[in-house]
Write a protein that binds this ligand. Sequence first.
Ligand code: BES
Ligand code: MN
Ligand code: ZN
Length: 492
Amino acid sequence: MTLSLSAGRPELGALDVPLLVVALPSGPAIEGPLTALDSTLGGALARTVERRDFRGARDETLHLAGATSGPRRVLLLGLGKAADRVAALRRAGAIAARQGARMGVGELAFYAGTLTVAEAEAAAVGLAAGAWEYTDTKTPPPAEERRAPLTAARILADDGTSLQRGVVSGIAIAEGHALARTLGMMPGNLCTPDFLADTARGIASRHGMAVTVLGRAEMEALGMGSFLCVAQGTPQEPRLIALEYKGGAAGSAPVVLVGKGLCFDSGGISIKPAQGMEWMKFDMCGAAGVLGAMEAIARLGLKVNVVGLVGSTTNMPSGTAVKPGDVVKSMSGKFIEIINTDAEGRLVLADVLAYAKRYKPAAVVDAATLTGACVIALGHTATGVMGNDAALVQEVLQAGTRAGEPGWELPMWDDYKDLIKSDVADIKNSGGRPAGTITAALFLKEFADEYPWVQLDVAGTAYTESDLGTVPRGPTGIPVGTFVEVVRGRAG
Ligand code: BES
Ligand code: MN
Ligand code: ZN
């Protein structure tokens, strides 16, 4: 979909467009450019508001028939009593585009009164998100049943061209989201560790980044016994992928983004129940978030050095798979007792976090669909946030808020460490059910010991099993926005 901006006082009543979306706050007033639209509609707009048929509540929509000349259809869309207009516009953009796609209108115009640059960006991100769909593995319906895909959205603004900046950056972020969501939605037989590596190579060649892809042999040479024990049950080549974006001063310490890339997590020998196991194709959403963020960061041209690291494999049961009770030696030298082969994400990340030390990072932020316990603790509303550096935790929480991807901090008290003490090794990979999200992060902290580090547990937020209104069942694009905001926040 192409996104554009029309700056200058819009003539809403005379707009030649199949769908005009008018986003209005709670208790809307029909004034300014809306007055002309109301005349075109024969006063229907003002009557609708007077009768309180439309009140501007969050997500409320009301469809008006429109006019034969001027906008052919008008969709009123509520912003609610939003204190945060940026978040409200991101949300409204997504609902508008989804509605436009459902109606098959082909293109739409979006009007929400006067916009700031951040609001224009948010509307653009939302509109693009709402237009996203994954159709690669579906046969298209016959021509006569096909509805027109949404190919264009135009944001109307009351004022100047400075807003163009917001729309351009919104498009960059939206491309990152779309890439992450497509990777997430792809079935596990297509989105393999090799496919993620090829995707990274594509990003690297588009944006002039260095890319490194390691396989089993290279990881063996590095002593990555923790990562490799997860991969020993699958014939597929595991991949450690490194993308290096050099937007900052030469030699300035990079921000390192790390993603869990389990292209499928069956649980391994500690196999998961069959019910819902197909959702575990989404166990690479952290990795997808890193790749999407690298794409967006490069498009934004952020003046920061950034390294994106992905640890990718599949967790499968087989005669060669790692077993409960086995002990492996990680790249850091620490011995790990495997209690549960389904706690595999932390095993992969332990070695990737050790590998990250070579970049002498200013900060490391990892994202992983790490624990079911996080879904129990925070539901699908907030990402679990934990780290070894209070300032970085706050920085990441604020970045998430700006991106509309809220996080919530969980405590990393040493008391919880007793749960992952092993009789035979330095640490064990599962502390059982109590505080499962915290013990997973405490496990990772042992390997992230030389730099400020934050862990994002996106198990509940990276994908959704129910339609959220803004997003259909499937990937949400989280944590792309958080990653981008962390980096942008450091770009000054
Ligand atoms: N990928 C899962 C976590 C997960 C569960 C993500 C549900 C999204 C939805 C992870 O590898 C896992 O299986 N974790 C175990 C850890 C346990 C064995 C200590 C879990 O959460 O049950
Ligand atoms: Mn698992
Ligand atoms: Zn997993």
